[in-house]
Design a binder for this molecule. Structure first.
Ligand SMILES: [Zn+2]
Length: 258
């Protein structure tokens, strides 16, 4: 599932390929990905340009001048810029046709992604109750978010109202790097550990962005290459365990993350 580093990678790709071109048409191939009606989408984008983009958590918010196109990539979403109809990617759900005869496809293998229109970024963040962006938040914002919670840390990191952008895989990596057991209650994490956790959130996400979200190329000392059965911890050689919290499966080292 695309998490913050993957969506940041989509944003950079989007900026490089699709900004500042007139959109001459939009083709909705499957309207189940739309959270708005097709007419509203068409009216908002046709004869407009994608002027700039911002990422907040796992959302890509595109400035259309008068309002914003919002893209969420669900479990399997992607973007592809291409030229001829023959190159149209399989599973394209919505295609934006530009005046230069190139196209941008919003792709989703399943139906979990979504496309929306919002009047402003602030409105959208408020409506979705999103917390601060995990990569851009300050230490003060992070501490503030922690204070309002009485949850276990793994659930808090996954909760988009708490901080936005982190999912199952990167939260496990962050907790592994911080040597925190995923089931630890937030109020049991002391202040120096909170700072360390904050630093590690930034570092893990930055590394993910540098890797363009490609999990297959991670070095051995990360948890990511060891997220499977019968793997050993790259730090202490203890057996990596699979755990379940609120119906989600994760991995941790029971020795390093006591
Ligand atoms: Zn270990």
């Amino acid at each position: 599932m695309p998490e913050l580093p993957e969506v940041e990678t989509f944003k950079r790709y989007f900026d490089k390929t699709s900004l500042n071109q007139i959109i001459k048409a939009v083709n909705v191939i499957d309207n189940r990905v739309l959270n708005i009606d097709e007419i509203h989408l068409r009216k908002s984008v046709v004869n407009h340009k994608f002027e700039s983009s911002t990422r907040h958590g796992k959302y890509l918010l595109v400035n259309l001048g008068q309002n914003y196109l919002i893209m969420h990539f669900g479990m399997t979403g992607d973007l592809e810029y291409y030229h001829t109809k023959d190159d149209e990617p399989k599973y394209s759900k919505v295609v934006f046709h530009f005046k230069n005869d190139f196209n941008l496809a919003y792709i989703s293998l399943r139906m979990f992604g979504s496309i929306d229109i919002a009047d402003s970024i602030e409105d959208f963040i408020k409506k979705k109750k999103l917390g601060p962006d995990a990569f851009k938040m300050s230490l003060e914002q992070f501490k503030g978010a922690l204070k309002r919670r009485n949850a276990i840390i793994k659930n808090a990191l996954l909760n988009q109202d708490f901080i936005a952008g982190i999912g199952n895989i990167y939260s496990d990596e962050i907790l592994f790097k911080s040597k925190i057991n995923p089931k630890t209650k937030i109020d049991l994490i002391d202040e120096s550990k909170v700072k360390e956790l904050f630093t590690n959130i930034k570092e893990v996400l930055q590394f993910g962005i540098n890797k363009q979200g490609d999990l297959s190329t991670y070095p051995d000392h990360f948890l990511i290459p060891h997220r499977k059965k019968e793997e050993r911890c790259p730090i202490c050689d203890y057996e990596i365990e699979r755990y379940e919290i609120s119906g989600r499966h994760g991995f941790y080292c029971p020795n390093c993350q006591e």
